[in-house]
Ligand binder design. Structure first.
Ligand SMILES: *Cc1c(COP(=O)(O)O)cnc(C)c1O
Length: 448
């Protein structure tokens, strides 16, 4: 058993109700616009928001800021080799930098890219190269109540249809995202990864794994895939990742860092092409847009992410949080994924139509009631798709404890208690690009 004790503390405060009301109004009912000081429990994202360990802080002090040949880069290289099994690393400022570097090297106009589900920056980077991102989730992935051990899997059936449709020559790249962030953080089996490898070989495509949450995924695999019951987490991770030609990584997730990312591969030619693009967009290949200290902290974080105690505790924490919510009568996506609990706002606020944004209404009420910040991932974030009305409560790593999760569950229960009085919302101003509207659009309550 592993636990943490505090060496540094950060004071947080629940602002008075009137202040929360005013903050919500001033934010245009969009919690991305809230000052973090007005937020009590911040579950907006698990990206770069976790607590670093004492070992990471120590590494930070020893970071080598040399422009070229930094020792911190050597530390990253050996961490990536030992933990993930790849010999060549191109560091980048964060995950999307890695996506730009890698997908720019692999894609051109008119290509089509199957992925179990494109995360939003992945979708944008694939489209930015003139290619068409196509999601291939398995049946049930979008159903908050469907059973399934690996609801994050890549649907080979769907991908074959895509290839039959457009022809294999237009599909030079296949991506698998582990865990499947945009499908409620659901895990992907190693068996499924092997099948995607075979599929990619058959159509002569490059196979990339988006490995942002590779350690959480490995922990699920050990629990749910019999073959791996006796494996160590890092052994499972390497067994899964070795099937890929390259990985893209955000250090802000299972790098346990506040910044950073990289591309890793064993392919000398692909490495060279990525390196050249990285010099153009990120920085010299031994720092890649990060400070040396951030590279050093991420190298330590990668090793910690596959530690038995850490990742087991992580999954248990998420499961316990989901249980607290369920016990309080709050409908949640089941089974819970690896980095967040997703609330089913459609079931929580059945009197609101999709057009009235039940998810966003729930997000606003959670803040109004308890200073809790989550994020809507339903008809407000994804206009014109038939996604379920989900609200994500992402859990920053090693940051919150039992009493915080209890506060969130109590808050959600209090909102549901008076659900009939929760009104829908309408958009009053939005940016030109509809795919990015949930970050900056302003809303207003329909009852006003
Ligand atoms: C966060 C994330 C990215 C992008 O990483 P950033 O560090 O936020 O740029 C890419 N893919 C997945 C699955 C992610 O979760």
């Amino acid at each position: 058993m592993v636990a943490y004790r505090s060496k540094v503390v950060e004071r947080i405060e629940l602002p008075a109700r009137e202040r929360r009301e005013r903050a919500l109004e001033e934010a245009g009912y969009n919690v991305f616009e809230l000052p973090s000081e007005d937020v009590y429990i911040d579950l907006l994202t698990d990206s770069g928001t976790g607590a670093m360990s004492d070992a990471q802080w120590a590494a930070l002090m020893r970071g080598d800021e040399s422009y070229a040949g930094s020792r911190s880069f050597d530390e990253l290289e050996s961490a990536v080799a030992e933990v993930m099994g790849f010999s060549r690393v191109v560091p980048t400022h964060q995950g999307r930098g890695a996506e730009n570097v890698l997908y720019g090297a692999l894609l051109s106009d008119g290509d089509v890219v199957p992925n179990n589900t494109h995360f939003d920056t992945t979708r944008a980077h694939v489209a930015n190269q003139g290619a068409d991102p196509v999601d291939c989730p398995v049946a049930g992935a979008r159903d908050p109540t469907a059973d399934g051990e690996f609801k994050g899997n890549f649907s080979l059936e769907r991908a074959r249809e895509v290839v039959d449709d457009v022809g294999a020559e237009r599909v030079p790249l296949v991506i698998q995202t582990i865990t499947n962030n945009s499908a409620a953080g659901q895990p992907v089996s190693v068996e499924n990864t092997r099948q995607v490898r075979e599929f990619a070989d058959r159509i002569d495509a490059t196979f990339v794994i988006d490995a942002c949450r590779f350690a959480e995924n490995a922990a699920f695999v050990r629990r749910r895939e019999d073959e791996f019951a006796d494996y160590a987490i890092d052994e499972i991770a390497r067994e899964q990742l070795r099937h890929a030609d390259a990985v893209v990584m955000s250090g802000k997730k299972d790098g346990l860092a506040n910044a950073g990312g990289f591309v890793a591969t064993d392919d000398a030619d692909l490495f060279e092409r990525c390196k050249q693009r990285a010099i153009l967009y990120e920085g010299f290949p031994t720092y890649g847009g990060m400070s040396g200290r951030d590279v050093a902290a991420m190298a330590v974080g990668l090793r910690e992410a596959v530690e038995e105690g850490y990742v087991t505790d992580r999954l248990e924490e998420i499961q316990a949080f989901a249980d607290l919510l369920e016990d309080a009568g709050v409908p949640v996506y089941t089974p819970p994924g690896g980095h967040a609990v997703y609330l089913d706002a459609g079931a929580a606020l059945p009197h609101l139509d999709a057009a009235d944004f039940p998810g966003q209404a729930l997000v606003c009420e959670l803040y109004r009631e308890g200073g809790v910040r989550g994020v809507e991932l339903g008809s407000f974030a994804f206009p014109d798709t038939d996604r379920p009305e989900l609200v994500r409560l992402a859990v920053p790593r090693r940051t919150y404890h039992g009493e915080h999760f209890e506060h969130v569950a109590d808050t959600a229960a209090a909102v549901l208690e008076k659900r009939e009085s929760v009104s829908g919302l309408e958009v009053v101003s939005e940016p030109a690009n509809p795919e990015l509207r949930h970050f900056t659009a302003a809303l207003a309550p329909l009852s006003d």
